[in-house]
Design a protein. Sequence first.
Length: 194
Amino acid sequence: MPILCDTSSILMLIRIAPEMFLNESYDCYTIKEVWEEMFQTTKFKNKYPWRVNFKKNIKILPSTIGKKKSFKKSLDSINALLDYSYVENKRTKRLFSISFIDRRVIAYALECKYKVSSTDVSMIDFAVQNFQSEFKGAISPLGIINQFLEKGLIKWTDEHHNFLSDWKYQEEPSQPNEEIIRFKRLTRKDYPGL
């Protein structure tokens, strides 16, 4: 199943699998807005100065997808739910607050019928709760690494392990326990983000 990656996912994955957007075997995609956020936002510029080395490795989906009527309809539905209906997250009992870029990530995922890779649990909750029949699900960045390992697309090295250590150092969100267990089984190494 193809996967649409958000900014956080890309920052965790791109150093481990630099070909992830260039080689179709990886089945990973992203959008222009995520690319722009990664390379034009001060937050990412300061935290991840190395990201510029991978600019040429990040291929985006064609802009024509975002011009389709069905895409616009999905995005309009997302915006209406968030801006006028004040939808409550059933899990947290709080109102959803989804950024402009994350709204577009959801709309692209619905349009292309892709899974989403994100560390934003609220965004995933929103998509599952409001687009249950259309949304194809989510996978964590560590889940993607595990898929790459299982498919033989990457071989785990000490350098890769250090890249994962940086995830914890930057205080990025933790990964799901089931993926941490799977990672240890595949690499025979403890996940460094604990």
